[in-house]
Design a protein around this ligand. Structure first.
Ligand code: MOS
Length: 729
């Protein structure tokens, strides 16, 4: 049976809080943790598939043109080589809305340097890699490809534009104002597990083990790319070694493995090299953001302007949603927001963790800091003064709003000195020390989700869905919700994820995973409780269960009398999405040191305070925040994709030259979770958590760099050369 909820308004809040098992919210260690640390959790390339052939990509060495010819004779003559595949469908990124449009045969169009154009398949990986170097590829290169976003022609994105009141007049009349442009550079997802797939056909049935975030969607993409029915595809991805957006859609490895396996009538494995992951998996666009902020003598914002420019490939529709939280974060009657897109030949721009806010929020918060300084107001007080009661553009109430609480409690916990602020006040040897802060905001999304929960005759619960866990803790929170609702300890709950043979989950992305799939599990368990309550001669609300038994009564197996019960939980957001603005909020506080001679900046200490509804698991939620803050450090100080201006190739396609913060870069980080119940956000009163921890954090670090050494930078990352150039004489 199906327990369906389309959420049109607030959900009843008490249900989960009234349970007795005591699992929910607790810092339960990951239930799959042992499998992961002992190496028995199988990632995409590790499945024991019989006799797989190995495929290695060959990638384009031009940024724009067509493949005129591929001479594979030499490669085919090499030891162990089985096939050379150059089907254009292989490089079709269905994820980007181009599926089905590409012709199946050559000529293949090349849109960026590093695009896969052929797959060499051999008996062993080494043979394939060797032969891949012996393809002779000729291109008809089209000269004059737009490679530089700074000189390409912008296309205004009309549906992003907001104009309210008169911003120009507000800027003129303002007691204080800032008008500045901040640049951020491109980012890579840099997930630890490379993109990989093993495809195997049995007749017309295809099974693919791959590293994917959204099986519910990926199955349609793959069906589309191959021109086959979804019913003939099974995708399997129980463990995913990070995705951060790069695995929201299928990548070339999945389609190429499927095509090669069909041609060879044999399983084929394709694993991208680290360099290939960098070169052809989607990037975060670089951005240019003009911020115009105006306030009166009391520090009340009167004007708010945010103009953003981002880039993508020709034909792609994704635009880094830089303005996402600017629309509602601060009140100001005169508003102007707009977005431009430039078309350039770099790999596809797409979702990279916290698309939009990851770079939009730091820029906004850097501008806020400059205005607070001009107005002579403490930055925390300045933000508190400008929190709106309702969404200032959509004129909607918020589902819940934790910003003020996070600002106040975060400041207190950090030891924020809310006196007047001046840069260059503290020096220790060669190092300037300073502090800075920023608000955090990230829209909350929920998504349709289905999960099946089975209660076996022995009194065990089994949760099944094609939802993925990319390291975030999904297995564990599903087990906690089921155990809590059904009164079962964790060792009596099994969670099976990442298989399209199970009901469709929401996939992992946009921070919607836990709240959405958690709601589906909750609904299924609630229906099971109704059945159990009937058997126990009570009603669902009155059913108190713990450790596999009704409190003071019969055990579950006894109630079931040999039967197995099964319910499908089906959650869908409804009118709640249209009638309210939903966001997670928070505040960042950073203490940094900047070397006077080298310009090197180090984050000594950082604190994030976050309000995002119910916390399902204190440990995994905190880990998400720690991860987000780590990304904040990377965004602020080190992470940038560098493209060669001559031919457009990515110059730093590896983890040595694209520096994500490592252990030594991340010192003292404190996370304060200000738990609340948001009955409008999801059936379990939880909001998204995953991405909030990096939505503004780089701004706090930039503001701390200024406070430390006096360098006001308008470019991220703040590398030593930039900081040195920005130091006051
Ligand atoms: Mo996320 S960037 O939606 O995985």
């Amino acid at each position: 049976m199906t327990a369906h909820l389309k959420q049109d308004g607030p959900v009843e809040g008490a249900a989960l809080d009234g349970m007795k098992q005591g699992l929910l919210g607790r810092p339960v260690p990951r239930i799959e943790g042992l499998a992961k640390v002992t190496g028995t959790a199988t990632y995409a390339a590790e499945y024991d598939v019989a006799d797989p052939a190995e495929g290695v990509f060959v990638t384009a060495t031009i940024s724009k043109g067509v493949v005129r010819s591929i001479d594979s004779a030499a490669a085919r003559a090499m030891p162990g080589v089985l096939a050379v595949i150059d089907d254009a469908r292989m490089t079709t990124r269905a994820a980007q809305g181009t599926a089905g449009e590409a012709p199946q045969q050559a000529p293949q169009r090349v849109s960026y340097w590093g695009q896969p154009v052929a797959l060499v398949v051999a008996e062993t990986f080494e043979q394939a890699r060797d032969a891949a170097k012996h393809l002779v590829i000729e291109y008809d290169e089209e000269p004059g490809a737009a490679l530089d976003p700074a000189t390409a022609t912008p296309e205004p994105q009309e549906d992003e534009a907001v104009n309210m009141g008169d911003l120009d007049a507000a800027m003129q009349a303002a007691a204080y104002s800032v008008d500045l442009t901040i640049e951020t550079e491109g980012h890579a997802s840099a997930a630890m597990e490379p993109h990989a797939a093993i495809a195997a056909w049995e007749g017309d049935k295809l099974t693919v083990h791959a590293s994917l975030q959204m099986l519910n969607y990926n199955i349609s993409e793959l069906a589309d790319a191959l021109g086959i029915e979804e019913e003939n595809i099974r995708l399997v991805a129980p463990y995913v070694g990070g995705g951060f957006g790069s695995k929201l859609g299928i990548s070339e490895d999945v389609v190429a493995a499927a095509l090669a396996a069909r041609e060879l009538s044999r399983p084929v494995r394709v694993v991208m090299s680290r360099q290939q992951v960098f070169q052809c998996v989607m990037r975060r666009s670089e951005t240019w953001q003009r911020l115009r902020l105006a306030c009166d003598g009391d520090g009340v914002l009167t004007g708010f302007g945010h103009q953003a420019r981002v880039s993508n490939l020709p034909g792609e529709t994704f635009t880094e949603p830089v303005l996402q939280s600017s629309h509602f974060l601060y009140a100001a009657p005169n508003r102007s927001l707009s977005m431009d897109l430039v078309r350039i030949h770099r790999m596809t721009a797409g979702s990279v963790r916290a698309p939009g806010e990851a770079v939009g929020m730091p820029a906004l918060e850097m501008a806020m800091d400059e205005l607070a300084e001009k107005a002579g107001i403490d930055p925390v007080a300045f933000r508190l003064r400008n929190i709106p009661d309702r969404d200032p553009e959509a004129d909607l109430p918020f589902t819940s709003h934790g910003l003020a609480d996070c600002l106040r409690k975060g400041a207190k916990a950090f030891g924020w000195d809310n006196g007047p602020r001046k840069p260059r006040q503290r020096r220790e040897g060669d190092w300037w020390i300073g502090t800075g802060m920023a608000s955090a905001a990230r829209v909350h999304n929920a998504s349709e989700a289905k999960a099946r929960v089975r209660l076996t005759a022995e009194g065990r619960a089994v949760v099944e869905t094609d939802m993925t866990d990319l390291g975030t803790g999904t297995y564990t929170i599903c087990a906690q919700i089921a155990g809590e609702m059904l009164g079962l300890p964790l060792d009596r709950v099994t969670v099976a994820l990442g298989d399209t043979d199970h009901p469709r989950g929401p996939g992992s992305g946009g921070s919607w995973g836990a709240a959405s799939i958690g709601s589906a599990v909750y609904l299924a368990c609630k229906a099971l409780r109704e059945d159990l309550a009937r058997r126990a001669n009570t009603d669902e609300a009155g059913l108190v269960m713990k450790d596999g038994a009704v409190e003071g009564g019969r055990c579950i197996a006894d109630l079931l009398g040999g039967e197995t019960l099964e319910e499908l939980g089906h959650y869908e957001p409804g009118d709640n999405e249209d009638d309210f603005t939903a966001s997670g909020f928070g505040a960042f506080f950073a203490e940094v040191r900047v070397n006077h001679w080298t310009g090197e900046a180090r984050v000594d200490r950082m604190l994030g305070a976050f309000g995002f509804g119910r916390v399902l698991n204190e440990k995994t939620a905190r880990s998400q925040c720690l991860g987000g803050i780590t990304w904040s450090i990377g965004t602020a100080l080190t992470e940038a994709l560098h493209f060669d201006p001559r031919d457009g190739h990515l110059a730093n396609p590896d983890l040595a030259e694209y520096h994500v913060p490592v252990h030594r870069d991340v010192r003292e980080v404190e996370v304060l979770m200000l738990e609340e119940r948001d009955p409008l956000a999801s059936a379990i009163q939880a909001k998204g958590i995953g991405e909030l921890g990096m939505c503004g954090g780089a701004g706090a670090i930039a503001n701390a760099v200024y406070n430390a050494c006096g360098a006001r930078l308008h470019q991220l990352p703040m590398t030593p050369d930039r900081i040195l150039a920005g130091l006051p004489a």
